[in-house]
Design a protein around this ligand. Structure first.
Ligand code: PHE
Length: 379
């Protein structure tokens, strides 16, 4: 009798275990972007890119540990501000219990969220935060883009070698890590190449600063042949516009923060012929890029920028790792991310020991109000 009972119980147990493994489940994935505020176009593009990767994942139907998993995105708005970013990070982790975080966009906001994600052991991947410190926070923090020491060198070399510039000036927001870091890396590279830094001017909080004429007037007296402005699009556009207004006609250059249709909308003619480094060009002929550009344009009625593309890539890196781990265990997903070695839209991704991918950059210019591909630069 006892034996029969044991057998029966075992069968029952096995049966319920199998039943558990079938069925489906919903998994929440956080997306933290600047959906409002001075960098809102970054947020909208990033959200679109993430949503597209999730829609494709859900449509394909994936099983994790025997269960069909549907991903539900939970979006949070940083408003472009570190304090808000930290709050929304806490909410997504503690209240919504997200399995991971895609975000943030701007380095200053990623730096506010990363310690919270690291402490909670929630894997986080920033699509676009390029400041080196972001992934140094800990082993749960990844990014899908190159870092600023490389980006700064790309523009320094482009200015010195390709454009033949020798006298550079800088004007940037010294109140946050991205702008400050990129300015440092550019300066170091340009000087190492043999160029001279003839002037350096700063301001704090580009969200609130609208008048750059005093700094530009100072810069003008030093007669530079190149001005590097590693700021986000709003400040960058206003600086170029005001330079034209005070008769400072000189070549401008910048970084990925310029990537917004608003650069041209705000700056008009003044931003024509500016050069900037970026992660992606829609004109890249690789089939994976052309398919993405076509699908994204059909879905959202806009061409994808670097923000959309990297948010798409970052989400895929996370979801691929989840499938590879065949588990919803956050530590296993983190470990699987480390072994990523695939072709994505913005290039191949393999991580170095600091969880940074080694990737190429592109140099773009503005011609007739449109972004135009100039060249690709390998690390
Ligand atoms: N790299 C920027 C940062 O770290 C964010 C950014 C990326 C903005 C790409 C525009 C395009 O703050």
């Amino acid at each position: 009798m006892k034996k029969i009972l044991v057998v029966l119980l075992t069968v029952l147990l096995l049966f319920s275990f199998a039943a558990c493994k079938q069925g489906s489940g919903e998994v929440k994935l956080g997306g933290i972007f600047p959906l409002s505020g001075g960098a809102a176009t970054f947020g909208q593009s990033s959200k679109n890119g993430m949503q597209m990767a999730i829609d494709e994942f859900n449509a394909a139907g994936h099983k994790i540990d025997g269960k069909t998993i549907m991903i539900k995105p939970i979006y949070g708005d940083t408003e472009g501000q570190p304090e808000k970013a930290a709050n929304v990070g806490q909410k997504l982790i503690n209240q919504d219990q997200v399995i991971g975080i895609v975000g943030a966009v701007m380095s200053k906001n990623s730096l506010a969220i990363a310690p919270i994600a690291q402490a909670a052991k929630v894997p986080m991947i920033s699509p676009t935060s390029t400041n080196p410190k972001v992934t140094q926070v800990g082993d749960y923090i990844y990014r899908a883009c190159f870092i600023d020491p490389f980006q700064g060198t790309v523009m320094a070399k482009y200015a010195y070698d390709d454009l033949g510039k020798r006298r550079a000036a800088l004007l940037y927001d010294n109140g946050n890590d991205y702008n400050k870091g990129l300015a440092e890396f550019f300066k170091k590279s340009f000087a190492e190449l043999g160029g001279e830094i003839v002037a350096e001017e700063a301001f704090t909080d580009e969200d609130k600063t609208v008048d750059f004429k005093a700094q530009l007037t100072n810069i003008k007296t030093h007669n530079p042949d190149f001005i590097y402005i590693p700021n986000y699009y709003q400040a960058a556009a206003l600086i170029m516009k005001q330079a034209a207004e005070i008769g400072l006609e000189v070549q401008f250059g910048g970084g990925d923060g310029w990537d917004s249709p608003e650069l041209v909308n705000i700056g008009g003619k003044a931003v024509e012929s500016g050069f900037f480094s970026n992660h992606f060009s829609k004109d890249d002929t690789r089939p994976i890029v052309q398919t993405f550009v076509k699908d994204y344009t059909a879905k959202f009625g806009a061409t994808p920028d670097a923000l959309a593309t990297l948010a798409y890539d970052a989400t895929k890196i996370f979801l691929n790792a989840m499938v590879k781990a065949d588990s919803l265990d956050k530590m296993k997903i983190r470990d699987a991310m480390k072994t990523t070695s695939d072709e994505f839209v913005a290039g191949k991704v393999t991580f170095d020991s600091n969880r940074n991918p080694i990737k190429s950059a592109v140099v773009l210019t503005i011609k007739d109000g449109q972004q135009m591909f100039v060249k690709s630069v390998s690390p």
